[in-house]
Design a protein around this ligand. Structure first.
Ligand code: ZN
Length: 74
């Protein structure tokens, strides 16, 4: 299995692209849980799980974050 350094946590892991809604990404960037330059990058399972848990925990706050559109590569 090919592993690479995760751009978020620097662990060596298998990386893959994750899909979050623009609203969720906006919240994660505002909270500094995800760097804006990483929104279109592949991250590891641990980071994905962490971000997903944050979003679940703070779902009410996510709703109050202004939606924004991010430029994505594809
Ligand atoms: Zn990671």
């Amino acid at each position: 299995m090919k592993t690479q350094e995760c751009p978020r946590c620097a662990n060596l892991a298998r990386l893959s692209k994750r899909t979050f809604s623009d609203q969720a990404l906006a919240a994660l960037v505002v909270w500094n849980d995800l760097s804006e330059k990483l929104i279109d990058e592949s991250i590891c399972d641990d980071c994905y799980g962490e971000l997903r848990d944050i979003l679940i925990e703070r779902i009410e706050e996510v709703k109050s974050v202004s939606p924004r559109t991010f430029n994505r590569a594809s």
